[in-house]
Design a protein around this ligand. Sequence first.
Ligand code: PHE
Length: 357
Amino acid sequence: MADDIATLRSLALAGVAAATDLRGLEALRVHVLGRSGALTLLLKELGRTPADARRARGAALNKLKDDITEALDAKRASLETAAIANRLRQERIDITLPPAPEPGGSIHPISRTMEEMAAIFGAMGFTVADGPDIESDWHNFSALNIPAHHPARDDHDTFYLPGIGNGPPRVLRTHTSPVQVRTMMTQAPPIRVIIPGRTFRADHDATHSPMFHQCEGLVIDRTMTLAHLKGCLIDFLRAFFGVASLPVRFRASYFPFTEPSMEVDIAWNRKTGEIGAGSDWLEVLGSGMVHPNVLANVGIDPREWQGFAFGMGVERLAMLKHGVPDLRAFYESDVRWLRHYGFAALSPVLFHEGPLA
Ligand code: PHE
C-alpha cells in the first residue's frame, strides 16, 4: 500500500541530493510539491483511500512532505552558500596583476639636468638659492661690476622692460649672476650656493634660445682660493659626465665680476661627440675669483672674505651629455621627443660620487 510513498520518497530525496544548482532544485520542488506535483496529487487522492487506511496513509504522506521540504531547504541553503563562495572566488581582485599602463609624463631633460647639478653640488655641501626672472639693472649689471656703457653689456643682447613709475628700466635677467648679488646681500658669509634658473637673451638659432637656463655657483669664505675653484669644478664635471679621468682645462678669460677669470674646457672628440676622448677642447663654463668690487658692492669686506663663482649653460651641458643636436627641440614640446629624451618620473638621479680620479 505504501510502496508508492516509499518510491516517491527515494526518488525525491535522491533528486534533492543530486541537484547541482538552485534552478534544478526549484524545478524538482515544483515537480513534487507544486500544485500538480506528485506528492500534492497523492494528498488530493487521499479522500479516495478506504477510511480504515486513510489515517495512516495521511500521516505517512505528511511525514514525507515534511522530510522533502526539510531536505529541499537544507539543499537550497548549501547551494546558496556554494554560489556565494564561487562568486567571491571569481570576483576576487588579483592584486598581483600589473596595472594597465597609463600614459605617463616624463621628466624634461632640462629639469633633470638641473636636478643632477643640485645632487652633485649638494653632495659637496652646496644649497640651492634663487631669484626673480625680472631684475633691476643694478642686480643684473651694475652690482656685478658692469657699469652703464660698459662694453660687456653689449654681449648680453638684453631684453629691457619699462621701469616701475619713473624708475629705471628693468631687464629679463641675462644670466643667473644677479642671484649672487641677492644671496650675498641676504646671507652672511660663509656662503656656498648654486643657482639653477631661467635666463633670457635676444638670440635665436640652433644653439641659442631667447629663454635658456644657467646654473650659477658661488662660494664665499675667508680662505677660498683658485685651487678650490679648480678642484670643485673638476669634481663636478667628472661626476656630471660620468667620466672619472675627464681631462679639464682652465683658460684665462675675462668677466667683469671675477678676477682672475677662467673659461673651463673639457676634452672631447669633435667628430663622434664622445666626451673625455679625442684631442679637441670644448668650452663648458665660465668661472673666476669673485671681484673685490662685487664684494664691496654687496657690503662684504673684500679684505676679510674672498671666493669663487662659476656659471654654466644647462641646455649646453644637457645637449653634450645626451647627444641632443638642436637646442630648439627642448622647447618644441614634441611628445615623441620628450618620450625619447625624457626621464621616468621617480627614477633616481645617478652620478659618480666620491673621489673619481
Ligand atoms: N654670468 C656668466 C655668463 O653668463 C658666467 C659666469 C658666472 C662667469 C660666474 C664667471 C662667474 O656668461
